[in-house]
Design a protein around this ligand. Structure first.
Ligand code: B12
Length: 422
């Protein structure tokens, strides 16, 4: 017990001793796989993952080589069903993730089965490009998804044009930034995609040089977001950033140390499934670039010897203590109210209470996404990807790093939902 309290401090100390190290958090050695138990446990209990979340889980299970046929079958079924249900409604990135998951670590004769999905992805990718042409360079979705598209097309022999990739993936492109801030998640996914493209270029000409230059520049931007505590960007982008830094470490032959994992593993939010499915491959030395390398997948832990506890159902914390929170909706005008909610409530509960007080000023809509509820409209005003508008969540004037379904509010806090541009 005492030891686990000290881990963050030990990790921080180790990290501060090796500040210039490239691989800040690295692959966990096989002898230490038991340290991953909390993360693996969450994955193994993920049979109820839905839609795109299930695709992320399947991809991760296969990539890290967890052999649990029952679980894999259930998650596989969920992914296949969600493709059936949503079909043409899938966004390009969703479809790319589905293909990555279904094809991950399978023999190449499986390729015929999913050939039509790769064709659909080619079409969806073209629609993204067309949208950029008519909407001031803004894709239908975002550059995280366009990167997933290119990565998937590149890995599974889909067609895409290197000229287009060079045109749209320049590191200075505004789509790598949200509100002026470089998006580590987006940059990392783009580096994986560009690395695949680079490997596919046969001759040593201009294309190779340009793509190499893009990768180098994006990696610099990612590493400049490295924090003293070992995170790259924030907790949720570190998994993807690690895949990139790991690949580089392997490629440029720098030594790998794993001291910093102690820090990361000691506080990783082991309940956020999506976040786990993104970091687990990196901690086990895999990246999304390995999905079509069957032998690499097979070198995983196999049948894991981990103690599986049935998850204890989490009852909503009903507290008898009440707290008071200030809530503002900011468009051109400011709409303000004070809301009283039970201690332990999340941002969403505050919004619901405010809506009861004044339906006109505080009505809102959300959609369920793999990260939880995502606010799409307030007062009937809807976000629009073509205009890069969205509803930003803030506390004390600072953007929060979690969504409305997870962010726990505190007494006296100033919460805000602001009509913003990214
Ligand atoms: C693009 C993006 C955005 C875009 C989304 C619009 C667009 N053009 O697509 C913009 C800039 C608007 C945005 C906003 C926010 N985002 Co954002 N976003 C991303 C990013 C880079 C890619 C998402 C994606 O397309 N994934 C791939 C597709 C296939 O998966 P998907 O689940 O179907 O994608 C949808 C959801 O992810 C949803 N979405 C995007 N952001 C968020 C955030 C939350 C909390 C939820 C529930 C859903 C959600 O939009 C996607 C497209 O429809 C992710 C990084 C990542 N690792 O996923 C961060 C990420 C999901 N965002 C994050 C955050 C914190 C936010 C904000 C809460 C920031 C804020 N303070 O306002 C807001 C959401 C507020 C709200 N209205 O509810 C965090 C979530 C962390 C967490 N623990 O929940 C991430 C992981 C970034 C990070 N490393 O911190 N985001």
């Amino acid at each position: 017990m005492r030891q686990s309290h000290q881990l963050p401090l030990v990790g921080l100390l180790l990290f501060s001793l090796i500040p210039s190290q490239l691989c800040t958090i690295c692959e966990v050695s096989k002898e230490n796989y038991s340290r991953l138990n909390p993360l693996l446990n969450t994955m193994i209990h993920s049979k109820y993952a839905r839609g795109i979340q299930a695709a992320n889980v399947l991809l991760s299970l296969r990539l890290v080589g967890i052999q649990d046929q029952n679980l894999e079958q259930q998650v596989f079924q969920e992914v296949s069903d969600s493709v059936e249900k949503k079909r043409s409604d899938l966004t390009s990135g969703e479809l790319a993730l589905v293909i990555l998951a279904l094809r991950a670590c399978q023999n190449s004769d499986e390729s015929v089965t999913y050939f039509h999905l790769v064709n659909q992805l080619e079409e969806k990718f073209q629609k993204e490009i067309e949208n950029m042409g008519v909407h001031d360079g803004n894709p239908l979705t975002n550059y995280y998804q366009l990167s997933l598209d290119v990565l998937t097309l590149c890995l599974f022999n889909g067609s895409y044009s290197i000229t287009e990739v060079k045109k749209y993936f320049s590191p200075e492109n505004k789509n790598f930034y949200f509100g002026g801030q470089f998006s580590v998640d987006t940059g990392a996914m783009a580096v994986l995609a560009l690395t695949c493209v680079k490997r596919s270029i046969q001759n040593n000409g201009e294309d190779l040089q340009d793509i190499s230059h893009y990768i180098e520049s994006l990696v610099k931007k990612i590493l400049s977001e490295k924090k003293r505590n070992g995170l790259i960007g924030n907790t949720y982008s570190t998994g993807e950033a690690m895949q990139v830094s790991q690949r580089l470490t392997q490629e440029i032959g720098k030594g790998v140390t794993e001291e910093n994992n102690n820090f990361i593993l000691s506080f990783w939010p082991s309940k956020i499934l999506l976040s786990i499915s993104q970091i687990l491959p990196a901690l086990m030395g895999k990246t999304y670039l390995d999905v079509n390398n069957v032998s690499s997948c097979a070198s995983g832990p196999g049948h894991l010897n981990i103690s599986i506890h049935e998850p204890i159902p989490v009852e909503p914390t009903i507290s008898s203590t009440w707290i008071s929170v200030n809530y503002t909706v900011q468009i051109n005008e400011t709409f303000f109210t004070k809301v009283t909610v039970p201690k332990g409530s999340v941002f969403l509960n505050v919004m619901e209470e405010a809506q009861k007080i004044n339906q006109t000023a505080f009505r809102f809509k959300y959609v369920e996404s793999s990260w939880g509820p995502y606010i799409i409209s307030v007062q009937g005003l809807e976000e629009n990807h073509n205009d890069r508008t969205y509803w930003q969540l803030l506390s004390g004037g600072e953007p929060v790093t979690q969504g409305v379904g997870r962010y726990v509010v505190h007494n006296g806090e100033n919460l805000e939902v602001r009509w913003s541009k990214y």
